[in-house]
Design a protein around this ligand. Structure first.
Ligand SMILES: O=C[C@H](O)[C@H](O)[C@H](O)COP(=O)(O)O
Length: 225
């Protein structure tokens, strides 16, 4: 287990108040957080209700004994803790390396506070080292792929180990694109959203409120930047 991810997850667990409705992210760092949250909730007899961002996360949390409810069973999520694939100096990020970006963005959008847990390898001055995941409905996907090619985004279908295209929890495909050289990311985010067939993309702009960095023990608050 990566110690830096554990440290970031530990820092996040300390920020969860009793009786909170907690959004559970997806990926390896979020999974560590879920484990530690379950332990703390058990030790301190906390009353925590969780909303999961993927089938895998839901199963993991239930396995640890956490109470998991459907997102539509709650009015609002108090705090969501999630990982990220890349984060810039303004706390904007790329997510979706684990293909959970759609549910992650829905949960994040309905959360009062979003905490990201990372190790410092995820921090970059500008986004683009990580390929941006774009979630696309299966019908007509190749037309979207071709369009992304014309935009010089160097699209690549995400594949499983067996060579088949990976299918998300919502039954869609993921196309990973190269955003190096894209100067205006908010505009790119809009353009991608407007593209028929695109369900969501992994650019999370102005979403993260607090970034917890494991190796340095830093807590970076968006409103203090
Ligand atoms: O779809 C997956 C998520 O966006 C993850 O939060 C992201 O990939 C980071 O995962 P990890 O903590 O495993 O690096």
């Amino acid at each position: 287990m990566n110690d830096d991810k554990v440290k970031a997850a530990q820092m996040a667990v300390e920020l969860i108040p009793n009786q909170a409705i907690v959004g559970l992210g997806s990926g390896s760092t979020a999974s560590i957080f879920i484990d530690l949250l379950a332990k703390r909730a058990n030790e301190e007899a906390m009353d925590i209700t969780c909303v999961a961002t993927s089938v895998q996360t839901s199963q993991l949390a239930l396995g640890f004994g956490l109470k998991v409810v459907d997102i539509d069973a709650v009015d609002r999520i108090d705090v969501t803790v999630d990982g990220a694939d890349e984060v810039d100096g303004q706390l904007n990020g790329i997510k979706g390396g684990g293909a959970a970006l759609l549910f992650e963005k829905i949960v994040a959008s309905n959360s009062t506070k979003n905490i990201w847990v990372v190790d410092s390898s995820k921090q970059h001055l500008n986004l683009g080292s990580y390929r941006l995941p774009v979630e696309v409905v299966k019908f007509g996907v190749h037309h979207v792929y071709n369009y992304l090619k014309t935009r010089d985004l160097k699209p690549v279908y995400r594949q499983q180990e067996d060579g088949n295209y990976l299918t998300t929890d919502s039954g869609n495909y993921i196309i990973d694109v190269d955003i190096t050289g894209q100067k205006d990311l908010p505009q790119l985010a809009k353009d991608l959203k407007e593209l028929t067939g695109v369900v969501e993309h992994g650019l999370f702009i102005d979403v993260c409120d607090v970034l917890l960095v494991g190796n340095t023990g830093q807590a970076i608050y968006k409103d203090q930047l």
